[in-house]
Ligand binder design. Structure first.
Ligand code: GLY
Length: 377
């Protein structure tokens, strides 16, 4: 692993430096914003209303990563502003959803980890309590959304939210947080992961018996039953390795590896840049660079977790992905405030746009390749 990082040191250092230079400027222009995407090169702002969008924690998260990597106050200030704006959502229980992990664990949670801020710790614990309250006891799953008719829907993305619960157990000594997270992870492992390592996006469960009714009727991929939404595969890779890191349970690492093997095979034909869905018609081509960056973060954690002689394949795959993004899908100029280009929200929608979650995982992967800590999840 070290030899791969050493062989790539020059471009990692060069990319990090370009990233710092650009994000230093953007940290000022976004000081009071919660960006989602750029429009004509300028970040929009989702801080209005109750600010409950699932993507609203990523900008403070990026700022905390940069603060942890540089110690520069400009990043801390923008991160703190974003965290305060999010209080509007935290105060309104009914607008909260399963993505509270994305929203608070890398904003308030990161603040607490880096600075010891007690107010931030409290915010993150409230978010954890709201996530735990979504648990269906009979079904042993965390429901994703609040809409009528979606009561039994579980989405693979939730695997990235449950690290908030593992953290809450450590902070409160309340084992229920961990039990809920593990039941949810086990249920997801049983029903979302296909034998070949590909992943269903949304599964539907009976809310009284917990019986699995099969895939839900919608997806962000090409179609719900047979296709393979690449960002869903990436959430599974990173989510399951994180469950392993928090519990030490080998089955979660094995699951992360299985999905990773499928993901790595699926990106080889496109030179390590995933399409939005791996099982869709050849044309049109929709790349999703956010899936690439999320998977790279997960692959790096797998590489760190596995025994010595297994490390190379995961780390080399992560490096290949990140190099492909840097060479063909990044803007380090002032033309666009976002660095990572060509993310895709859903198959055929928000195609080749910039998005703050793609940006977050791109920055996190570079932070990891530089050897910075702590892990934010
Ligand atoms: N969690 C929603 C998405 O990945 O688009």
């Amino acid at each position: 692993m070290e030899s791969i990082l050493n062989a790539n040191k020059a471009w990692i250092d060069e990319t990090w430096d370009k990233m710092v230079e650009k994000l230093r400027k953007v940290s000022v222009s976004t000081r009071n914003k919660l960006p989602h995407s750029t429009v004509d090169g300028v970040y929009d702002d989702k801080s209005g209303g109750l600010a409950s969008s699932w993507t609203n924690g990523f900008w403070p998260g990026i700022m905390w990563l940069m603060y942890a990597g540089t110690g520069e106050d400009t990043f801390r200030k923008t991160a703190e502003n974003g965290e305060e704006i999010l209080d509007k959502a935290l105060a309104c229980y009914n607008v909260l959803h399963h993505d509270v992990g994305f929203m608070w664990h890398i904003s308030a949670g990161a603040n607490y980890r880096l600075t010891g801020n007690e107010k931030s710790k409290n915010r993150n614990l409230h978010a954890a309590a709201a996530l735990a309250a979504r648990y269906n006891v009979n079904g042993e799953f965390i429901k994703a959304w609040n809409e009528e008719g979606f009561e039994g829907w579980v989405i693979i993305d939730s695997m990235m939210n449950i690290p908030l619960l593992y953290w809450a157990e450590k902070e409160t000594n309340n084992i229920a947080f961990r039990q809920i997270a593990m039941h949810h992870a086990d249920k997801t492992m049983e029903h979302h992961i296909r034998p070949d390592g590909s992943v269903y996006h949304i599964m539907d469960y009976d809310i009284n018996t917990g019986e699995c009714n099969g895939p839900a009727r919608i997806t962000q991929g090409y179609e719900p039953k047979t296709s393979s939404w690449s960002r869903g595969q990436a959430w599974a890779i990173y989510g399951f390795v994180l469950s392993y890191l928090h519990t030490g349970e080998q089955r979660y690492l094995d699951t992360a590896k299985k999905v990773a093997h499928y993901f790595i095979s699926a990106i080889i034909p496109d030179n390590f840049v995933p399409r939005s869905d791996f099982r869709a018609p050849e044309e049109p081509i929709y790349y999703d660079t956010s899936a690439a960056a999320i998977a790279a973060c997960g692959l790096i954690e797998i590489a760190k977790a596995v025994p010595e002689f297994e490390k190379k394949m995961y780390m080399q795959a992560a490096v290949n992905i990140m190099k492909a993004l840097v060479e063909k899908h990044c803007d380090f100029t002032d033309k666009d405030e976002a660095i990572l280009q060509n993310c895709t929200g859903s198959y055929g929608e928000e195609v080749h746009y910039t998005c703050v979650y793609g940006e977050y995982y791109f920055v996190e992967a570079m932070y990891k390749l530089k050897g910075f800590e702590p892990l934010f999840w």
